[in-house]
Design a binder for this molecule. Structure first.
Ligand SMILES: [Fe+2]
Length: 215
């Protein structure tokens, strides 16, 4: 059957993501690629375009990221992506600024254009100069940031470590992590390789007000 423009754009994006992730080194990369091999077939699930205010930062991120073939694939798939905010956190715990200024779009996952079970891969965008508070979850997680630098820490209260674009971050189950976005929007490929139905939880840290006032 003839592919629609939307299906072709999403398939191209998945192929570009796979090429990009294949070029990364580090823990977890192999399990992400194994999941993509297992699930990434032709898009046959629902394509329900949906946007959020954070998507206004996408163009700036695409300009900043370089990597022209991946950027082009994201731009061409963007009209068909289903962007949502992560709603498992109580708003007062995650903070209004983050709650209102991030978005993610799953491409491979349950109910996604490419159907998968207990695997979730897509794009994640956060506005500049925002702190994504300390949190953790059962799912092992890859972030492959396409822009940078952004600040990271892996223990509440620790100082931030700034990592450039294209330096992947792998979080083992229940490992704490937090992200401070830099001056350009945070755009990343994310993947939860299993235990995707268990929600993430916030880990309070007394230095949030200092970090958030500085950003
Ligand atoms: Fe996470």
């Amino acid at each position: 059957m003839q592919k629609t423009v939307a299906e072709a754009a999403l398939q191209k994006l998945v192929a570009e993501i796979k090429t990009y992730v294949s070029g990364l080194k580090g823990p977890g990369i192999a399990s992400v690629l194994a999941g993509m091999d297992k699930w990434a077939s032709e898009p046959s699930g629902p394509i329900k375009p949906r946007t959020l205010p954070a998507c206004a930062h996408l163009d700036a991120a695409l300009v900043a990221m370089g990597k022209p073939s991946l950027a082009k694939a994201i731009a061409e798939a963007q009209p068909y992506l289903h962007w949502v905010s992560y709603d498992a956190y109580p708003r007062e715990d995650i903070g209004a600024a983050f709650a209102d200024n991030h978005a993610f779009a799953s491409i491979i996952g349950e109910g996604c254009p490419i159907e998968a079970v207990d695997f979730d891969l897509g794009l994640f965008i956060i506005a500049p100069r925002l702190f994504y508070r300390d949190h953790h979850h059962a799912a092992p997680e890859l972030y492959a940031p396409l822009t940078g630098p952004h600040g990271w820490r892996f223990k509440p209260g620790d100082p931030l470590v700034w990592k450039e674009a294209d330096v992947p971050v792998w979080n083992n189950p229940w490992e704490p992590h937090a992200t401070m976005t830099g001056d350009i929007p945070f755009l990343a490929i994310f993947c939860w390789t299993k235990d995707t139905s268990q929600p993430a939880k916030i880990i309070p840290s007394p230095d949030w007000p200092t970090l958030e006032n500085a950003s």
